[in-house]
Unconditional design. Structure first.
Length: 171
């Protein structure tokens, strides 16, 4: 689909081509009539100017299209890189979730305690967890205490650090 600018440029080129064609036909008539050279030199200059302007417009279109093609190629490369890293992150996320789940099983956490533990690691408040799980805040606090007891950890920070410290450790 042509953009408005493309339509305008093409209309200008068409107008210039038609104009130069009519002027060219007039020059040929002038030659046949034997008019002096200086009469149709102006008309030849007009034809030359029209075709020069047509050439300039075509050059600008081609240059713009080349730039657009380069931008689209760059965008494609960036999208490919993004997809590559999203796939990698997705893969690592799945592995990390599996490791967390294995540890929760080793600690003997119930399904509800597992849900609360994940939300604690994500940094949600007790009230936010209660609202999200549609339970009482006291229930969430009790589940958090059970998590700390079963894991031999003492706080939300220790729970988070247990899983996250090694991810950010210097090698």
């Amino acid at each position: 689909m042509l953009r408005m600018m493309d339509k305008n440029i093409l209309l200008n080129i068409l107008f210039l081509f038609i104009t130069s064609t009519f002027v060219g036909l007039d020059v040929m008539t002038d030659i046949q009539e034997g008019l002096p050279m200086r009469h149709y030199l102006h008309e030849v200059a007009l034809i030359t100017g029209c075709f020069g302007w047509i050439g300039a417009q075509i050059y600008l279109i081609l240059r713009r299209d080349k730039k657009l093609s380069m931008i689209l190629n760059s965008l494609k490369r960036v999208e490919d890189e993004r997809d590559f890293y999203l796939n990698k992150v997705s893969h690592f996320k799945a592995q990390f979730n599996d490791l967390i789940d294995e540890q929760f099983k080793l600690w003997g956490l119930s399904i509800g305690e597992r849900d609360v533990a994940i939300l604690l690691i994500k940094g949600l408040t007790m009230k936010e967890i209660a609202d999200l799980r549609q339970t009482a805040e006291g229930t969430v606090r009790q589940q958090a205490q059970n998590i700390y007891k079963k894991s031999h950890l003492h706080s939300r920070q220790q729970l988070s650090a247990y899983f996250l410290d090694d991810l950010f450790a210097e090698t």
